[in-house]
Structure formats: structure tokens, C-alpha cells
Design a protein around this ligand. Structure first.
Ligand code: 2NE
Length: 262
């Protein structure tokens, strides 16, 4: 399989999917999302694969969310894939692939990149990793799994803090709030992820599948909210308010939302 924006390899029962845009802190564009979906689909149907490890290239970032340099008044540029960015499809496949997905968070997990690790079954973090949402600062939001499912994990108060204030949290803080399962030295992260994956490979795949679907069932209603939220986001991206957020980031200037407080 030929990919431009990701790396995909399979060995000894483990599929490793790696976002490969280090110059953009592994931010995803429309093509990246499509390629991730294709790789997850391949891992889904390949019966030699029991676990997926999801990570980013380099030591700076797991994923910095949507590529803001490709965002304009009609949302994310469609030219790299020929259609709108299918973030919802990516969320759904991480949730629904009937095998555990381990996020190996090797650096920044920010914005839509933070949501990706939140959706994984297990999150392991390098001690250098940093976590956070940025939506209200850059004119975006994930009012589907990104908020409602996050609240299931860290609780309502903490989830609201994370989204409203757009702060960054250390790996240790993330572990304390239940957002990651374990923190390890950065140079041991992939070794640790493979050890967790190998442990899972010793377990009954069918039992794991039913457990995953059982855990999912309790939050399945968020899928409906996600449909609404992603549609709302498409409309919001067309507003001057959302454009102020993304333009401020791209122009490296302070953001000013004051005139939109109406
Ligand atoms: C990730 C973070 C915190 C890293 O900061 P730092 O200081 O380590 O690096 P720097 O200098 O900000 O970034 C390095 C290079 O990566 C690019 C930057 O523009 C910069 O490029 P150069 O100036 O070297 O050319 N870069 C980083 N993140 C990018 C991004 N998301 N898109 C395009 N280029 C990016 C810091 O960079 C940061 O805060 N990044 C923005 C995070 C963000 O706001 N992401 C989007 C949130 S919205 C979203 O993801 C989303 C959603 O909410 C709903 C649906 C779909 C997507």
C-alpha cells in the first residue's frame, strides 16, 4: 500500500499506523484522514492482526489536529482528497475496529489530534508528551466524541476546563486525570506499546471484540451528537468568528474575538 501522509506496517500480529507530517507537528489534512481510514480498514480485515498501535513520526508530536494552513472560509481544503475532510469517519473506525487500538503519544496531542488519542482504547504517553484542546482559541470545536466522550473519561468539570481554557497538560497530569494509562520515558515508548500489544495478543480476540463493543455501546448515542456537531462545525467554519481564530494562528498574532460577543 502506498501512502503519502502516513506510514503503515504490520508485523507479528501488530499493525502500526504512524502519521508522517512532522513539519506540521503531524497535523492532518484531508488526505491524511483518508489514508488513516484505509490503514485502519486494512488492519480491521487482516486476520493476522490483533492490535493496532497508532502514533506519530518524530519526538515532537503525536498529532496537532487539523492542518490550519489548509483551512479557509469553506473549511479544510478538499483538493488533496477531492472531498470534505472525513474526521467523523476516522473517529468511527477507531471506535468500531474490533481490535484494541493503542495510542503511543510521542509528543503533542493537541486539538483534533488530542481527540484521536482519546478515542483509542488505551493511551500510553512519553514523559515529554503534552495534551490539550485548542478549539475556542482557533475557531473550532468537536462537540461530538471530542467533548462528550472526553467527559466520560476525565469527568465533566475537567473536560469543561480542558475545552474552555485551551491549556496544555503534561503527561503526568494526563495520567492523574485518567486520560492516559501509563507514562514512560520517551525513548521507551514504542517498546512499551509493543509490550502492551503483545500482552493483548495472548488474549481471546473474540472476548476482546465483545468487550470493546460493550464499552462502546454505553456511549454509542454520542455518534448522533457527532453527526450534528460535525455538520454544525462545517457551518461555523464559514463565519468571520471562526476565521478570526484560524487567521490569528496562521498569522502568529493574538486572537481577538471581542466583537463576536453578542
Ligand atoms: C502543536 C503546538 C502546541 C506545537 O507548538 P510548538 O511551539 O512546538 O511548534 P510551532 O512552532 O507552533 O509549530 C511548528 C510548525 O508546525 C506547524 C506550525 O505552523 C509550525 O510551522 P512553521 O512555522 O515551522 O512553518 N503546525 C503546528 N500545528 C499545526 C496545525 N494544526 N496545522 C498546521 N500547521 C501546524 C502548536 O503548533 C499548536 O498549538 N498548533 C495548533 C494546534 C491546533 O489548533 N490544531 C487545530 C485544532 S482544530 C482541529 O484539530 C479539528 C477540530 O477541532 C474538529 C475537527 C477537525 C479538526
Amino acid at each position: 500500500m502506498q501512502f503519502e501522509d502516513i506510514l503503515y506496517e504490520k508485523s507479528d500480529g501488530i499493525a502500526t499506523i504512524t502519521i508522517n507530517r512532522p513539519e506540521k507537528r503531524n497535523a492532518f489534512r484531508t488526505l491524511t484522514v483518508d489514508e488513516l481510514i484505509v490503514a485502519f480498514q486494512d488492519a480491521w480485515w487482516d486476520h493476522s492482526i490483533g492490535v493496532v498501535i497508532f502514533t506519530g513520526v518524530g519526538d515532537k508530536a503525536f498529532c496537532a489536529g487539523g492542518d490550519q494552513s489548509e483551512r479557509g472560509s469553506s473549511g479544510y481544503d478538499t483538493s488533496s482528497a477531492g472531498h470534505e475532510m472525513n474526521v467523523e469517519g476516522l473517529h468511527n473506525i477507531i471506535r468500531n475496529i474490533p481490535k484494541p487500538v493503542i495510542a503511543a503519544v510521542n509528543g503533542f496531542a493537541i486539538g483534533g489530534g488530542h481527540v484521536l488519542h482519546v478515542l483509542c482504547d488505551i493511551s500510553l504517553a512519553a514523559d515529554t508528551a503534552r495534551f490539550g484542546q485548542t478549539g475556542p482559541r482557533v475557531g473550532s470545536f468537536d462537540a461530538g466524541y471530542g467533548s462528550a466522550y472526553l467527559a466520560r473519561i476525565v469527568g465533566e468539570k475537567k473536560a469543561r476546563e480542558i475545552w474552555y481554557f485551551c491549556r496544555q497538560y503534561t503527561a503526568e497530569e494526563a495520567r492523574e486525570m485518567g486520560l492516559v494509562n501509563k507514562v514512560v520515558p520517551a525513548d521507551k515508548l514504542m517498546e512499551e506499546a509493543r509490550a502492551w500489544a503483545n500482552e493483548l495478543l495472548q488474549k481471546s480476540p473474540t472476548a476482546l471484540k465483545f468487550l470493546k463493543y460493550s464499552f462502546n455501546a454505553d456511549t454509542a448515542h454520542i455518534g448522533g451528537i457527532s453527526n450534528m456537531a460535525m455538520s454544525a462545525l462545517e457551518l461555523y467554519y464559514q463565519t468571520d468568528e471562526a476565521l478570526e481564530g484560524v487567521n490569528a494562528f496562521n498569522q502568529r498574532r493574538p486572537v481577538d474575538f471581542s466583537k463576536f460577543r453578542k
